[in-house]
Design a binder for this molecule. Structure first.
Ligand SMILES: Cc1cc2nc3c(=O)[nH]c(=O)nc-3n(C[C@H](O)[C@H](O)[C@H](O)COP(=O)(O)OP(=O)(O)OC[C@H]3O[C@@H](n4cnc5c(N)ncnc54)[C@H](O)[C@@H]3O)c2cc1C
Ligand code: FES
Length: 494
C-alpha cells in the first residue's frame, strides 16, 4: 500500500488532467476564416451549445457554433458527470423561495433531461459508459436530519420518487439521506463528441478557436470573432458559460463562480455503486467510473469562490486525506478542478437574455448541476425558438423576481466583489505580469495548483502567459511583461 504523503507528492507534482479529456481525442474543427450569415449562432461549444444544436439539427435552419478554444474542454470536460435531477437539497429550497409550481417545473425539466440523454444514447448507439445509479444526499449531523426529511417530502410533492434512508451501501456512517432512483452517470465527452459528429453530419458548422469578442444589435445580430470575422445571425444563443455580454441583463451582479476539485482514486476496495454527496460542508461527492485499467472512484469537493483560495494545492490534499480515510488507496492517476456559475437562488438562468430581447437567448448558472440542466436548457431554448413558449420557462426565466433569500445572497456576493476590487488595488501583487483582469479591472490571484491567474470578481482565468482560459474576459492580459521572468516563475513552480 502506498504511503499517503508519498502519493500526495507524486500527484501534486503532475499537471492536473481530467479523466474525460485524457481518454478522448481532441477535436480539430477549423477556425472561422470568412464573414458568414446564419439563422442561429451559438456562442460556446460546451454541453449547452452542443445540446442546443443537437435538438435543432432537423429544423432546416442554418446553425453555427462559435467556440473560443476547442469544444467540450471547459467545465463540461472537467465535470463529475452525475446525470441526476437530485441537485443536493433543491426542491424544498425552490418550494420555499419560488413556490411549488416552479419546483415542479424544475423537477419535470431535469427528469425529462435524464430520459432524453438515455434515449439519445440508445438512438445514436453511443458508447458513453451510461450506467443507471441511485443518487444520495447524506448528512452526518443530527441537526440536518430535518432538512433531509423535508427534501424527501418536497421531492414527492413535485413527482419524484425519493426515499428517506439511514444507511448507505458505501458504509459511510450517516444520520440520514435522501435517495433518488433511476438516476445515472456517464462519460460526458464520449456522449457529447458523438452529438457533435451527428450535428456536423446534419450540416451544422462548428468553428473552433473563434472567440466572440463583440455582439452588436442592429436588426440581425452582428458577432465579431477575435480574428475580426463577422457573423450576421437572426438569433443568438449565449452558451459561453459566464455571459461576457451584459446589455440589460446585469449578469455580472447576478452570477458568481465557484471552483471544486476531483481526485480519481484507484482502490483495493470494491465500490458498491451509487452517487453520493454530503449536505454539510466540506462538500464530499463520490461516484465511480469503470475504465479498461479497473474502476476509479471520483472523489470531489472543496468548493471556494474562484480566485479566493490561499493555496489550491491544499484543496487537492484535503480530498486525498478524505480518500485515504475512507478507502484503501492504491493510486490517484488523475486529478483536476473546474468552476461553475452560481445564481443567488440556485436555479439557472435559461431563456430570453432580457425581456426586450426576443432573439437573444441565454443558458447559464447551473450551480454544479449542469448535465441535466444544460440538456433541459436545450429543450427550453428549442421550444422558445420554434413555439415561443416552453412548459418550464417560468422557473428558469432570467427575468424572474428575486426571492428574499436570493436578494440577501445578491447583496453579500456583490459586497464581496467590491471588497476584492478594492483589496486588489490596495495591495498590488508581486508579479512580472500585468495582473489586472481585462474584464472589469479586478486584481488577479495566482492559483498554485493550476498555475493560472484567477479573478476573484467574476471568475475569468488566464494562463501563466496571459492567454484567456475562461471568460467573461474577452481580451488576454496585456503583454507588457518580462517573458523570461514568467518562464522562470513557472519552472520554479513545477
Ligand atoms: C467540479 C465540478 C463538478 C461538477 N459535477 C457535475 C455533476 O456531477 N453533474 C452535473 O449535472 N453537473 C456537474 N457540474 C456542472 C457541469 O459540469 C456544468 O454546469 C456544465 O458542464 C456547464 O456546461 P456549459 O456548456 O455551460 O459550460 P462549458 O462546458 O464551460 O462550455 C462553455 C464553452 O463556451 C466557450 N466560450 C466561452 N467564452 C466564449 C466566447 N466569448 N466565444 C466563444 N466561445 C466561448 C468556452 O471555451 C467553453 O467551451 C460540475 C461542475 C463542477 C465545477
Ligand atoms: S472577471 Fe470580472 S473583473 Fe475579472
Amino acid at each position: 500500500m502506498i504511503d499517503k504523503e508519498t502519493l500526495k507528492q507524486k500527484v501534486l507534482s503532475r499537471k492536473p488532467q481530467s479523466y474525460w479529456l485524457s481518454t478522448t481525442e481532441e477535436t480539430e474543427y477549423p477556425a472561422l476564416n470568412e464573414d458568414i450569415k446564419a439563422d442561429i449562432a451559438i456562442i460556446g461549444g460546451g454541453m449547452v451549445g452542443i445540446s442546443c444544436a443537437y435538438l435543432l439539427r432537423n429544423e432546416n435552419l442554418r446553425i453555427v457554433i462559435l467556440e473560443a478554444d476547442r469544444i467540450l474542454q471547459g467545465t463540461t470536460g472537467h465535470t463529475t458527470a452525475k446525470v441526476t435531477s437530485q441537485h443536493n437539497i433543491i426542491y424544498s429550497k425552490i418550494q420555499h423561495q419560488l413556490g411549488n409550481e416552479l419546483a415542479r417545473q424544475y423537477a419535470e425539466a431535469n427528469e425529462s433531461a435524464i430520459k432524453l440523454i438515455t434515449t439519445t444514447t440508445k438512438e445514436l448507439g453511443i458508447n458513453c459508459d451510461l450506467v443507471p445509479q441511485y443518487a444520495y444526499v447524506y448528512t452526518q449531523e443530527d441537526k440536518h436530519i430535518q432538512t433531509i426529511s423535508d427534501e424527501v417530502r418536497a421531492a414527492a410533492d413535485v413527482g419524484i420518487a425519493a426515499d428517506y434512508v439511514e444507511e448507505l451501501p458505501l458504509g459511510l456512517p450517516i444520520k440520514a439521506a435522501v435517495r433518488f432512483a433511476n438516476q445515472a452517470q456517464f462519460h460526458p465527452r464520449k456522449y457529447l463528441l458523438a452529438l457533435a459528429k451527428e450535428i456536423t453530419e446534419k450540416g451544422i458548422s462548428i468553428f473552433e478557436e473563434s472567440r466572440i469578442v463583440d455582439i452588436e444589435e442592429d436588426g440581425p445580430y452582428l458577432l465579431t470573432t477575435q480574428q475580426g470575422k463577422k457573423i450576421q445571425a437572426k438569433k443568438v444563443i449565449i452558451a459561453s458559460h459566464y455571459p461576457f455580454y451584459n446589455k440589460d441583463g446585469l449578469y455580472f451582479s447576478r452570477i458568481y463562480t465557484e471552483r471544486s476539485y476531483v481526485v480519481a482514486v484507484k482502490s483495493a476496495d470494491d465500490y458498491p455503486g451509487g452517487m453520493y454527496i454530503s449536505y454539510e460542508d466540506p462538500t464530499r461527492s463520490l461516484r465511480s467510473q469503470s475504465t479498461p485499467e479497473g474502476e476509479l472512484i471520483l472523489v470531489g469537493g472543496e468548493n471556494h469562490k474562484t480566485g479566493q483560495a490561499k493555496d489550491t494545492l491544499k484543496n487537492y490534499e484535503a480530498l486525498i486525506d478524505f480518500a485515504f480515510d475512507k478507502f484503501k488507496v492504491e493510486d490517484i492517476p488523475y486529478h483536476w478542478s473546474t468552476q461553475d456559475c452560481m445564481t443567488h437562488d440556485s436555479v439557472p438562468y435559461v431563456g430570453y437574455f432580457a425581456e426586450n430581447s426576443p432573439n437573444l437567448y441565454l443558458a447559464t448558472g447551473y450551480g454544479k448541476w449542469g448535465m441535466t440542466n444544460s440538456t433541459a436548457s436545450a429543450m427550453i431554448i428549442k421550444d422558445l425558438i420554434l413555439n415561443g413558449k416552453s412548459p418550464w420557462q417560468d422557473v428558469y426565466s432570467p427575468s424572474r423576481k428575486a426571492s428574499v433569500t436570493s436578494a440577501k445572497s445578491f447583496i453579500v456576493e456583490n459586497l464581496n466583489v467590491a471588497e476584492k476590487f478594492i483589496a486588489g488595488k490596495l495591495s498590488p501583487p508581486d508579479s512580472p505580469l500585468n495582473t489586472t483582469c481585462t474584464h472589469m479591472g479586478c486584481e488577479l490571484t495566482w492559483n498554485t495548483a493550476e498555475k493560472t491567474w484567477d479573478c476573484p470578481c467574476h471568475g475569468s482565468r488566464f494562463s501563466e502567459k496571459g492567454d484567456i482560459i475562461e471568460g467573461p474576459a474577452v481580451s488576454p492580459l496585456e503583454a507588457d511583461h518580462d517573458v523570461n521572468t514568467v518562464e522562470k516563475l513557472i519552472k520554479d513552480d513545477f
